[in-house]
Design a protein around this ligand. Sequence first.
Ligand code: PBG
Length: 332
Amino acid sequence: MRPVQAPYPTTRLRRPRQNQQIRDLVRQNTLTVKDLIWPVFVRSGEGIEEPLTSMPGVIRRSVDRIVHAAEEAADLGIPAICIFPYTRLEDRTEDCAGAWDPENNTNRAIRAIKAAVPDLLVMTDVALDTYNINGHDGFVEGEEIVNDRTVEALVKMTLAQADAGADIIGPSDMMDGRIGAMRAGLEAAGHQRVMILSYAAKYSSAFYGPFRDAVGASGALKGDKATYQMDPGNSDEALRLVERDLREGADMIMVKPGLPYLDICRRVKDAFGAPTFAYQVSGEYSMIKAAADNGWVDEDKTMMESLMAFKRAGCDGILTYFAPAAARLLQG
Ligand code: PBG
């Protein structure tokens, strides 16, 4: 597309910027509360709301308190919540069996939320890092993060979440072949309606730092995730990954992190036109929070501008820890 315009002064591009009414009228992109998915952290215990120092304003909640968060999300009109479990180092194992335990905190939280707020969509996380003794998303054998044995475990994890009532499965592991295996597993188990939002283009990123604290993986993680997550220097590879996941049965796809990868969001949306999400990750959130807490930027305005950027880049929705705060602003 090439915009056509007369030379100055016939064209004055400031004309349609002269007041709020005309700016509202010509604005191309809008952000609404219906674009938001709220990631929340669940832990064991009861009546617990534990603030996270590396993510100011974010709270780890026991299952009973997650239900309060879900009710809050529904009241604010947020369509979906995404659950991440916190596991203490001493509860982590090499076989990651907690990941597919029907009674793990994630699955208990799914059932509790679905019982209390049935219309709120519940998304999950599928990866082993929140249960793994070594903090990796897959099984570790020697020096290697093994692929195929991990995929089998991820399918078990997926089915346990679907059985608990999850609406949207969120594989964040970046193993090869997992989407096809999960889709086949879900179909075979009668979970035809369960959706998959694939973390298709997920980069090996330092912006995940605060999240790893939040789920208890920081102390556990040995090495980095560069053999399965993407190299930040690549962009064509993102298109290959997204195409692969769509062909394997992903209903929706995600680019992660968000703001540093808006070019990828745009390319992916233009290339495939699939429902496209970005994850504004923990480090992005905490950077804005830290700057705002220091009085260096205006928190509300920076938050809203950062979220609008995703819409401009072609995203249909955003996973963001700002979801309730943004929803409150959007609802006036
Ligand atoms: C791990 C997972 C990560 C995030 C979501 N799922 C971290 C990682 O890959 O190490 C990051 C989310 C965030 O930083 O907010 N499967």
